[in-house]
Design a protein around this ligand. Structure first.
Ligand SMILES: Nc1ncnc2c1ncn2[C@@H]1O[C@H](COP(=O)(O)OP(=O)(O)O)[C@@H](O)[C@H]1O
Ligand SMILES: [Mg+2]
Length: 258
């Protein structure tokens, strides 16, 4: 029987972008795998009726650290935004994989309940155009404050030094929303997905180049308490570290603290 975990200590992460195929499920499952390794078991909420996050979880070997899964897309509409209220009490982290075709009301509920919002963006002109419209919608229609340090962008499937990569970097620099990591286009993500595991669970010699960016993501996520505090105390925090856009050169390469 589910009980309610301590909400103050429950880190609510959402992964969203109204564009399909940009890496939401890949990011959500990799983040879930990281928190599973560190323990206690996180909860993965799949809001996408396609259920790809839960399919990933179904493939997860029993020998791997546990992750709770909830088919949030099966919940009645009025309960969806509150799914994080009904989960295993041992969970400290809940990761929501949101569908591309989410409506404005649901978006509002999720955005305002989340502690950390990850937006994967692909470096193609169509994806950049659609991301700029989506982010404008978040700022104007959903009422997300740009200075709010809960939101970060993850550039996904990046091939460095390509024209599309340069266009993406220009776009991200103009946004004033931090870009915390660039994930390479790599079969490692595809293989991890096929096996129900994450990058952190693959042999180190294979994922040497992928560990750094994934670390950057979980390090940013791990600062959620601090970011929440900063937001409450100082709404005008553009000067604080993390509010600026990181260029690839500035990107930190933090150490895995698993
Ligand atoms: N960094 C990456 N490198 C290679 N393939 C990737 C990467 N990120 C995602 N993919 C692949 O792209 C496809 C779409 O990713 P997915 O995470 O399912 O996107 P979404 O959930 O946004 O629809 C999947 O086949 C996935 O394996
Ligand atoms: Mg998906």
């Amino acid at each position: 029987m589910f009980r309610t975990p301590d909400q103050d200590n429950l880190h609510k992460i959402i992964v969203l972008n109204t564009k399909g195929g940009c890496g939401k499920t890949t990011l959500a499952t990799n983040v879930a795998s990281f928190y599973a390794l560190r323990g206690p078991p996180p909860t993965l909420l799949d809001y996408d009726p396609h259920g790809f996050s839960l399919r990933w979880l179904d493939k997860r070997p029993a020998s791997r650290p546990a992750i709770h899964g909830i088919a949030a897309y099966e919940l009645p509409d009025q309960a969806q935004g509150r799914a994080h209220l009904n989960m295993q009490p041992d969970t400290r982290t809940v990761i929501s994989d949101l569908p591309a075709n989410i409506d404005l009301n649901d978006l509002y509920v999720h955005i305002h309940a989340a502690d950390s919002i990850l937006i994967p963006v692909l470096p193609s002109e169509i994806d950049i155009f659609s991301a700029s419209r989506f982010i404008a919608e978040l700022l104007l229609d959903v009422g997300l404050d740009r200075r709010n340090r809960r939101i970060a962008i993850v550039a996904n499937r990046v091939r460095k030094n390509t024209r599309s990569c340069q266009v993406l970097m220009r776009f991200l620099t103009s946004l004033k929303i931090p870009m915390i990591a660039m994930l390479r286009d790599s079969q490692n993500y595809v293989q991890a997905t096929a096996q129900g595991i994450g990058i952190f669970e693959m042999p180190v010699y294979k994922v040497r180049k992928d560990i750094g960016p994934m670390n950057a993501i979980v390090n940013w996520l791990d600062q959620w308490h601090m970011r929440r505090l900063d937001t409450a105390i100082a709404p005008g925090f553009e000067h604080l570290p993390g509010a600026e856009v990181l260029t690839p050169v500035q990107q930190k390469d933090p150490v895995y603290r698993g």
